[in-house]
Ligand binder design. Structure first.
Ligand SMILES: Nc1ncnc2c1ncn2[C@@H]1O[C@H](COP(=O)(O)OP(=O)(O)OP(=O)(O)O)[C@@H](O)[C@H]1O
Ligand SMILES: [Mg+2]
Length: 255
């Protein structure tokens, strides 16, 4: 089981859109996928038409009184399950703070699911908190969406430095440009130059496209309702790069 997380300290950069599309594409490739919507706003749960509710709330899960698999829901798609958000997730930091080794908590909660899923994708709320620290420790691969600016690249370097200091398990980092506006010169310049210069940048770039915004109207991944769109093609390219980086090999039996 490989754990991937979409993460950025900033809000509204495309974390959820990426988590939703990559979960869908991974499941379509035949992997058994679990998407955990860790954001109390519940956007990923909404997009997969699952009620953002967990019996016993975040408390039951974090304290280990209720195993994760009891809260897991199916989605409309084969191979793809969802662990929904719950409004009580807003208190996850407090709950983690009360736990032993909070930064390892998420990894240990997910460990029993090892044989049930090939890939777990964590959709994080925008913050740097005890929860995000626990996510960073659990993840094998961090997918970091960046709006193309010099400052966002600086934020990425801070993140890489931070995880580089972890003892033991360290996640790999794959950044990619998100919401790219080709009409902006700076966007074109940065997205053209950086991926060729830095191995931590994906070559796939997600443009700013209204079909991606349509996800919240269709309540489905763009790769599902507009499979021939540029958006679907770019998410597919990003997924293939992420898949290889995470060491997920497509089985010959997969469709
Ligand atoms: N490439 C894109 N082009 C156009 N709109 C996009 C794109 N990616 C995401 N959006 C839209 O922008 C908004 C924010 O995207 P998303 O929810 O994926 O970001 P986020 O980083 O998860 O936000 P938050 O930090 O609030 O969780 C959504 O309305 C989404 O539909
Ligand atoms: Mg989000």
């Amino acid at each position: 089981m490989r754990i991937l997380a979409t993460y950025n300290i900033k809000g509204g950069v495309g974390k959820t859109a990426t988590a939703v599309n990559l979960s869908y594409l991974a499941a379509r490739d035949g992997f058994r996928v679990l998407l955990w919507d860790l954001d109390p706003q519940g956007a990923a749960s909404f997009l997969f038409r699952v009620k953002p509710r967990v019996k016993g709330g975040g408390k039951g899960l974090i304290q280990g009184r209720r195993p994760l698999d009891g809260a897991i829901k199916g989605t409309d798609f084969d191979n793809l399950d969802l662990l929904p958000a719950d409004f009580t997730y807003r208190n996850l930091d407090l709950l983690l703070d009360a736990a032993k080794k909070p930064e390892r908590r998420l990894a240990s909660l997910l460990a029993p699911l090892k044989s049930e899923y090939d890939a777990v994708i964590l959709d994080c709320p925008p913050s740097i908190s005890l929860l995000s620290e626990s996510v960073l420790h659990a993840a094998d691969l961090l997918l970091v969406p960046l709006i193309p600016t010099t400052l966002s690249v600086r934020t990425l370097d801070q993140l890489t430095e931070f995880v580089g200091e972890f003892n033991g398990h360290r996640p790999d980092v794959l950044a990619f440009f998100s919401m790219v506006d080709r009409r902006k010169r700076l966007h074109t310049q940065i997205t053209r130059d950086l991926p060729t210069q830095r191995p931590d940048f994906a070559t796939a770039v997600i443009p700013a496209l209204s079909v991606i915004e349509q996800m919240s109207v269709q309540r489905a991944p763009v790769a599902a309702f507009a499979p021939r769109s540029v958006a679907a093609r770019e998410y597919e390219a990003l997924w293939q790069e992420a898949r290889k980086r995470a060491g997920l090999r497509i089985r010959p039996t997969a469709a």
